[in-house]
Design a protein around this ligand. Sequence first.
Ligand code: CA
Ligand code: CA
Ligand code: CA
Ligand code: CA
Length: 379
Amino acid sequence: MISRKMRVCTAVGLAYGSLFALFLLIDVYARPHLVSQVRHPDPSKEGFELKKQPAQGPGEAANEVEQDKDQDIVPPEHINGLKLERDGGLNKDFHPEVFLGKQKEEFDEDSEPRRNREKLVEIFGKVDVNADHKVTAVELQHWIMNKTREHFQQAMEENKDHFKAVDPDGDGRVSWDEYRIKFLVSKGMDEKEITKRIKHNEDLKIDEEMEEVLDNLQDRWMQADDSPQDQLLSEHEFLAFQHPEHSRGMLGYMVHEIIRDLDQDKDQKLSASEFASLPVGTVENQKEQDIDDEWVRERRREFTDVIDTDHDGLVTRQELEAYMDPMNEHNALSEARQMIAVADEDEDESLNLEEILRYSEYFTGSKLMDYARNVHEEF
Ligand SMILES: [Ca+2]
Ligand SMILES: [Ca+2]
Ligand SMILES: [Ca+2]
Ligand SMILES: [Ca+2]
């Protein structure tokens, strides 16, 4: 049985491996991007796309600087190492993120396969703590936890700068009014004018869509404001506002937002069809249809195999929160097992260097073209 499997694997290994990884990384996740654009007519969702549109304010151009400012002070849609995006889409970079930690950027930038290969060999040596040339699920689990901590650390460091941007007087507290002035200025509105209107409680003269974006941000702002609730955010609270993974309460609130947006029958739980419900719209050709079908299959698979832990066909708040929690050791272990299963061609329930190199696109997001020539140098 195993030898037959081995022969098959050897025969089609290269081509199948890279095709499969490409398939996993590209096709399956092609749709969620569309979803965040088409699926949610909810302006609170659309609002986070505003930076891609022309500035809303009169006479102001949306330049690069303003876009960057906006990204620094608005909670990001995507969080490294978190399984879902804020809009409930699957995070397509999750595996490279938890496998590479802060090194992921190096693989993004460095397209030279030989360099990436060297780095991957080095990483393999570090994951393989007992140096038996095999990475087990437990070794990979510990590695994932460490890489997740790296993302936490990185978010905390970046937050220091982002907080300075909203707290220019440096007293360590930011009020909602101060924040929303910064936000509206980043959208191209005049700072003096908007400050005056807020001070005198006048109409802000913003459109309905922006109004809803602000309401949504204010809800998150209040959630991030720990007791005593003084409507002021400290640096630590601002971190929770931007990065829900840093606070139990905010992670729960993010789960609440996702369920609110996907729960069609309002029973506070998600069924598989609610979780894998396609956006309204028509597909124009077979290729798009295939992408849609695969997107639905992938989400249903994730729902059934991973999220719905008691297999009753419904995902509760608790189940979704446990699934989302990046510091959950149990999740890290099942993630490690899942990652091993993808690349474990010799079916020994662990990964050797060759298996990881072969599936480098799955683990790093980057293809290694020359692995075949060099793979035996290490042995
Ligand atoms: Ca080992
Ligand atoms: Ca429901
Ligand atoms: Ca369940
Ligand atoms: Ca193996």
